[in-house]
Design a protein around this ligand. Sequence first.
Ligand SMILES: *Cc1c(COP(=O)(O)O)cnc(C)c1O
Length: 381
Amino acid sequence: MVIAPERIAVAGPSITEREVELVAEATRHGWYSRHYEYNRRFEEMMAGYIGVAHAIAVPHATSALHLILASLGVGPGDEVIVPDVTWIASVAPITYVGAEPVLVDILPDTWCLDPAAVAAAIGPRTKAILAVDLYGSMCDWPALQQLADRHGLHLIEDAAEALGSRLNGKAAGSLGIAAAFSFHGSKTVVTGEGGMLVTNDTGLYQRALVLCDHGRPVGDTSFLNHEIAFKYRMNGITAALGVAQMERVEELVAHKRRILGWYRERLAGHNAITLNAEPEGVINSAWMSTVVIDPALKFDKFHLIGELSRRNIDTRPFFSPLSSLPAFADRAAARRFVTDRDKGVAIARYGINLPSAQNMTEDKADIVSRALMEVLATANN
Ligand SMILES: *Cc1c(COP(=O)(O)O)cnc(C)c1O
């Protein structure tokens, strides 16, 4: 049996002396007139990297999505179309503003929203489409934009997993009216917990600035709040960590792509294995190298995860369909358009994320690949 000599982690960052240095500097000096200096630097670097006009550093991607929805005025009585297969953080903020998520199927190849399923779910209450660039894949943004334009809907991008991905030269995060990024410790650029709202829409940006600071007009020093809102600012020390990581963003994304390349070389020839899609025109930043095992083998993901764990390798399950979770049991309205149960379920039931941490080496990818093929060889026994 293939056994990794040391446990291989599924996700994790790369931290150098530069990160430590900037955090120490912010801790010493990021106060008084320099309060929010690191936030501004982090925001400028992100906006520049994505190629958008505005960015706001926030506590997490969850709060960025909440702010986007609130800034657009999405609220009670509205519906927002979202993929059935994503992390729950894509969807929970829709409920925070009192709107109803409407779950629809994903495509079997890119694992992103199926535009035909979106079209079928649009109704009189639909206010927005919230699309997710899953595991670094790119959605069919032109098709989604066409639907949004035809029906007068907001198109929102959850790019939490797609920093560094591109579609026809456009960066993930620049494709909807606004996008959310995450800097959770498992993501490609980390600040521990953290997120960013990015947008080209100046009106949305200005509204979000007010809503993220307890309803104070920008620059207010009188403490006379105009409305009750939220407190969603990133702290400056966290932002300093983000600045140091963004100095290295090209290197961090390149390593993610290198890891996917190592797996591709070793696994792409295996006819039961499908890896992250990278169709013409797409650069997939491969936040998580992910495999989907041919459903015909009926190789349940949790069984696979257990077998790899015995071999000292950590993996994660492909996100399970939200419509199948206890959290959505009493949300029949949210589940009403999930028609093609087999499509989403098949991918989600037979997929796992392979180790994709920044400390991955080619040797480790080799061990993981051999272990995976060893486990799959037992499929028909
Ligand atoms: C990680 C993630 C989020 C949430 O990020 P937080 O910073 O933890 O709030 C949202 N959507 C997707 C698709 C994610 O993977």
